[in-house]
Write a protein that binds this ligand. Structure first.
Ligand code: NAD
Length: 498
């Protein structure tokens, strides 16, 4: 199936694909896949109107019935896993296994949300007053605005949408301007699920195509009860205060600077494999990419020798080829940022291996690179900054406390890992004085989280949690109810009044 057939298979017709104004390029070769009409502020307001109307009806539908819609969405995703995965590959440049893996994550969150639709539970709480009962109930919140990044063009939407829909909330989705086609494909799959579902209100899912302008309408409109925004810390710094100004709710999933500690007792085979997947997988363009390796001096040379060999031979190229492990960077800006970071690393005393541009003759409009290792004399400025490219900074340590201090001494706090077989170190890393990240792993790398746990990070990563565990609570409002079934009216705290 060629690209146009693939797009047509998702119901995207020539009119939509060639309306003009927002060219969509494939990072594989720079080819223009489509030229969409971007939405403006008025379109965004109209969508919010429709979503709000949908909310008034959808919140009255019993949650398990809402779950049925998400179950049907999961079925559509299963049936179209390969096709949607291929579109992710075309538009975001992920290798085929990762494109399909992203769709699998969507299927998993749908399954999770279907179960959840029968478990949106509150507590019953002991009342201090006789003949009284206290409880909390959870109600649908309102319209959820989802702003997503290019590197997880569809999974991040599904983490939000599957939960929002079972919680009773319609979604207006503003995908990255670099990856709107996969979003339109998801909308088409959602429509198929809706048709099978039957009686859902219009406007449960709408896609806003464009850059930040329509996104800003979501951010500022008080009818958008929750803005769930995934992207750079720069974006979060703009979005967070704007939503706060209108006392809206915000769920921020921002940049990471994830480290992996390798202790002297580590299984080096496992560590090397985890580092390779974490640091060069998705061409270093995951929020959970391993960006810093903090390795004990006694094992550093052995580990680095392996990594250098693996880096030199890792197949870089067209992500559609089955043998490829490292696809392209998303665009030239990403390449320029990588080159600038490597220049800074050298200027700050680092020794860089790799990092050069590849395949420029064959693909002058695409940006392939050899992943880079940068051995640093310390945690300099460039190491503390997230550069969204495959650069792994290597720092050596001598004692565990020093490793922990280095680990936590960055502004971001998303994902972290330690490779050790020393129980004391493992537990210390997971304890209150250990890793300060939202995700902390032992003998597992920093990237590739399962949907069952809450996903998100601390500090400049924004503090949001989405996906599993009790992340659903962000999509609902909590009411505390006290019921008096006695014939008296005692006041709380024993107060006598009149
Ligand atoms: P980006 O910040 O450039 O864009 C993200 C989204 O925000 C896009 O849809 C963009 O149009 C929109 N946007 C930007 N400024 C806006 C504004 N002022 N108002 C409203 N919308 C605005 O990020 P990107 O380059 O697409 O993605 C890479 C970044 O995303 C990295 O920093 C990465 O770590 C982060 N990320 C984080 C997570 C996470 O879960 N923590 C997941 C994926 C990506």
């Amino acid at each position: 199936m060629d690209t146009q057939d693939l797009l047509h298979a998702f119901g995207l017709d020539a009119g939509t694909l060639q309306a003009g104004g927002l060219p969509v390029r494939s990072p594989i070769d720079g080819a223009i896949l489509a030229d969409l009409r971007p939405h403006g502020a008025d379109d965004a307001r109209r969508m919010i109107d429709r979503a709000h109307q949908a909310f008034l009806a959808w919140r009255q539908v019993p949650a398990p019935r809402r779950g049925e819609l998400v179950r049907l969405l999961g079925e559509e995703l299963r049936a179209h896993k390969q096709a949607l995965g291929r579109l992710v590959t075309l538009e975001a440049g992920k290798i085929a296994a990762e494109g399909e893996g992203e769709v699998q994550e969507m299927i998993d969150i749908c399954d999770f949300a279907v179960g959840l639709s029968r478990q949106l539970h509150g507590l019953t709480i002991a009342s201090e007053r006789p003949g009284h009962r206290m409880m909390e109930t959870w109600h649908p919140l309102g319209v959820v605005g989802v702003i997503s990044a290019f590197n997880f063009p569809v999974a991040v939407w599904s983490w939000n949408a599957a939960l929002a829909l079972v919680c009773g909330d319609p979604v207006v989705w503003k995908p990255s301007e670099k990856t709107p086609l996969t979003a339109l494909a998801c909308q088409a799959l959602f429509r198929r699920a809706l048709a099978r579902f039957g009686d859902a209100p219009d406007g449960l899912l709408q896609v806003l195509v464009g850059a930040r302008e329509p996104g800003e309408v979501l951010v500022d409109d008080p009818r958008v009860a929750l803005v769930s925004a995934t992207g750079s810390t720069r974006m979060g710094r703009e979005v967070g205060p704007r939503v706060a100004r209108r006392f809206g709710r915000c769920l921020l999933e921002l940049g990471g600077n994830n480290a992996l500690i390798v202790a002297p007792s580590a299984d080096l085979d496992m560590a090397a494999r985890a580092i390779l997947f974490g640091a060069i997988g998705t061409a270093g363009q995951r929020c959970t990419t391993t960006r810093r390796l903090i390795v004990h001096a006694s094992v550093a040379d052995a580990l680095l020798a392996r990594l250098k060999a693996a880096y030199a031979s890792a197949p870089v190229g067209d992500p559609r080829d089955p043998g490829t492990l490292v696809g392209p960077l998303i665009d030239q800006a990403a390449y320029d940022a990588m080159r600038a970071a490597l220049d800074q690393a050298r200027a700050q005393g680092g020794t860089v291996t790799g990092g050069e541009r590849l395949l420029a003759d064959r693909h002058p409009d695409a940006w392939y690179v050899r992943p880079a290792l940068a051995e640093m004399p310390g945690q300099t400025d460039v190491v503390r900054h997230e550069t969204f490219a495959p650069i792994l900074y290597v720092l050596r340590y001598r004692d565990f406390d020093e490793a922990l201090a280095l680990h936590n001494d960055v502004p971001q706090g998303l994902s972290s890992a330690i490779f050790t077989t020393d129980l004391r170190e493992a537990e210390a890393f997971l304890g209150a004085t250990g890793s300060d990240c939202g995700i902390a792993n032992v003998n597992i790398g920093t990237s590739g989280a399962e949907i069952g746990g809450a996903f998100g990070g601390e500090k400049e990563t924004g503090g949001g949690r989405e996906s599993g565990s009790d992340a659903w609570r962000a999509y609902m409002r909590r009411a505390t109810n006290t019921i008096n079934y006695s014939r008296e009216l005692p006041l709380a705290q024993g107060i006598r009044f009149g």
